[in-house]
Design a protein around this ligand. Sequence first.
Ligand code: UDP
Ligand code: MG
Length: 314
Amino acid sequence: MIRLAIVCPCYNEEAVIGRSSERLLDLLDRLTAGGKITSDSFVLFVNDGSRDRTWHLIKALHDENPVRFKGIDLAHNAGHQKAILAGMLTAVRTADAVVTVDVDLQDDIEAIGRMIDAYNEGYDVVYGVKVSRKADPALKRMTAVAFYRLQQKLGVETVYNHADFRFISRRVVEELSRYGERNLYLRGIIPMIGFRSTTVDDVISEREAGESKYTVSKMFTLALNGITSFSVKPIYSILSTGLIFVLVSVGIGIYVIASLISGTAEHGWASLMLSVWFVGGIVLLAIGMIGLYIGRIFIEVKHRPHYHIREELD
Ligand code: UDP
Ligand code: MG
């Protein structure tokens, strides 16, 4: 039996906390009765700098049931990813494993039981994978799919259609704490850590109350982090563009010479034509070369851990 912590990030969620806490308590009680988790397993709410009564409500829940409901209050709005990280790091001080789930409980929390089963079979990470995105607005659905594709093209290792509904064991959280980077994109880092992982189906439902706290700008920042924290391909592509320009300028050179010989060239056109392509190409090549070095610096300054030990025999 494990001591489980369910970590819920909350940003201005006064409209959903009451209902969600009831559903989570019911789930914890059922899992406890089923012998899957200990009776002191708990929900950890992370108040991500809310400006409404969210923290007040979390405190009230804790007063009512201090064993099942715990909370941490972040000093400012650190963002979804950092709120989750804070919650996980706090939770594993006492819990054996954590499940992270958005407090609006759009994810299928019944999958948590199956996640624990997978853990007992030896998996350290269990990803909730959305099997149907019907509840998501069409635009969100389309941009999300395009984004997963783009990440795959750029070589970022992520789990298709997985957001941040996942189960991870304490030791993976401990490995995660070795990543010193500021721009956290958990969906990319957790697969990078490795360890045995599997997936469970997650049927998404609609938000029961309140509005989406993921504004377009927050989503855009997340997407940008998801690419730029893991891939240097965008800067490296400048180099290949520069090469193409230089090659094109050779072709243009031949064309210009041919025009000069046949006498169809305007005065001054040849030198202009050639320099635009040739100089442009050289400039891009130079920027690309600098980009190569910046790419290295970028990777080095992250100070990511070199390895993760799965098992040690002694
Ligand atoms: N959230 C957060 N900090 C933020 C924005 C959102 O902790 O700055 C939380 C929010 O309270 C919720 C989760 O992140 O628990 C996901 O947000 P939401 O459900 O609004 O996003 P959506 O489901 O629309 O993607
Ligand atoms: Mg939501």
